[in-house]
Write a new protein. Structure first.
Length: 201
């Protein structure tokens, strides 16, 4: 077993576990968004803090390892995980504001965000499995899924502009929608980068 393979094997359970926390964080945000309840957002915020702490503790641990390639790979993965947590914390802030102000999105906007939330959760589950198995078929599928999600997000943004122009969407609501869309899309980008790192290691 190569040093980088051994290092990944040693740490894969920790990475898989934090991916599960990331999934729980996003699930709570989604529930808060759909049910208009801040209690779910408070739970998501707690998980966000755990994800930030993981990155600090994990980086301190792996930096002591001898194999430079393994250290680079693991630090990169931990960094992407923390950036995903940042994206989801931004979504939490927007949903907090949405609930406080009693803002309602159009059925179409909710449908689009539902797709982004649920597809993101599917991708997180895939990444969690990839960390444990390095399944090449799942790796290829997940990269394609990430591309599809981001392509759909681009399409949603274009359709949203049309709703704004035609007066279906209020400008104030527009910024909230786009904040959520952009941060969910960026989360997907980071998830896809983790997969690509594991594909190429």
């Amino acid at each position: 077993m190569k040093p980088i393979e051994k290092s990944l094997h040693i740490h894969q359970e920790k990475i898989s576990n934090i991916m599960e926390e990331l999934l729980n964080m996003l699930s709570n945000i989604y529930d808060g968004f759909i049910k208009h309840k801040k209690s779910y957002l408070h739970e998501a915020e707690k998980l966000g803090k755990k994800i930030h702490q993981f990155e600090k503790d994990f980086t301190e641990e792996i930096i002591k390892e001898g194999d430079k390639d393994a250290v680079r790979l693991l630090i990169s993965i931990a960094g992407h995980i923390e950036r995903i947590g940042d994206c989801y914390e931004n979504v939490i802030k927007t949903v907090h504001t949405k609930i406080s102000e009693g803002t309602l999105f159009s059925d179409k906007a909710v449908q689009e965000l539902n797709f982004l939330f649920n597809s993101s959760k599917d991708l997180i589950r895939n990444v969690k499995d990839i960390v444990l198995t390095l399944n090449p078929v799942l790796i290829e599928y997940s990269i394609n899924l990430g591309n599809k999600i981001n392509s759909m997000a681009d399409e949603f943004a274009t359709q949203h502009e049309e709703r704004l122009v035609t007066g279906i969407c209020h400008p104030k609501h527009s910024s909230m929608y786009l904040d959520m869309l952009d941060n969910l899309r960026m989360g997907v980008w980071h998830l896809k980068e983790i997969v690509k790192k594991l594909q190429n290691y």
